[in-house]
Ligand binder design. Sequence first.
Ligand code: SAH
Ligand code: SF4
Length: 348
Amino acid sequence: MPTRYDLDRDALADLLTGEPRYRIEQVWDGLHRQLAAPDELTTLPKALRARLTDELPAALDPVATSATPDGDTVKWLFGLDGGARVETVLMHYPDRTTVCVSTQAGCAMGCGFCATGQAGFQRHLTTGEIVEQVVRAARAARDGGRRLGNVVFMGMGEPLANYDRVWPAVRRIHDDLGLSARHLTLSTVGLVPGIRRLAAEDLPVNLAVSLHAANDALRDELVPIGRRYPLTVLMAACADYLRAKGRRLSFEWALIDGTNDRASDADELAELARSLPLPAHVNLIPLNPTPGYPTRGTPRAGVRRFRHLLEERGVNATVRRNRGVDIDAACGQLAARVSRVELTARAR
Ligand code: SAH
Ligand code: SF4
């Protein structure tokens, strides 16, 4: 059975056959603009509300919620149809509120340093499962007096490996939830065919490419899919994306102690970043700890030094704050297991 946000307007119209035409808009608007569940749409006749509650079930079952003590980071663990689980992370910054959504349960790309990769692939999320994560986060933000402004597709899974469901979700978030394309960011491990498809779409969303290494030998080790798409091929696709969209791209770089944080790595990275028609912006993320990867993140001083080296070479870099490490909600830590902290929180 399709869930609440799996239906497009036509499918909703079919579901509402026999009802007055204006009901379609009313329900559509209720689900997307008001972020409401069918039973909350009090402008609808009671019987219709009851039918829609039945026929448009929610896709996500909240299993656990955890938050940092300051409340700035909130993580949900959701159960899905069939038993898979995914996580969604809402982050409040002084000037903006961002949600990080999952696109797959697990991931098949096998990056060893990533908790999702360590868990392996379970299944693709549907469009409705992706959109509903955003809707729930937008509601929580609204309840806290904030407005959800940004969506990053950086949770569990590889968005471009699930293109046919992810792109309709992007459209829906843009067209119906009303977020602008420049506030939507897709993060990819570097799937070249996906980047090329994206370049042909009409919405200029931001593209973040998870690079982590700027030579093929090291990249193949860290990011196994690099063997299929070597850096020259990947950079050509990035350059084409940039030309098509006129928007600067960013490179993600998880700094791993003694592995990709040497001066020579900064040299190679700067060269790659500057090889694009518009230099890429680099996001540095000190590697977050995960159960299956022994090497630690680069210590603070090393992160500063690496950033400085990049800037000396004319490349802008931002160090990403380690949001939510204490609730396993930071980059690469999403593994959809209920941690002890969450279990205690639930028991209370
Ligand atoms: N599959 C996509 C998006 C999800 S991963 C991708 O790889 O881009 C989101 C980001 O978290 C990526 O940049 C990824 O490389 C990074 N990441 C994965 N594991 C990490 C870890 N342990 N510490 C820091 N960043 C990590
Ligand atoms: Fe998948 Fe991204 Fe994790 Fe690699 S880093 S395993 S592509 S989610």
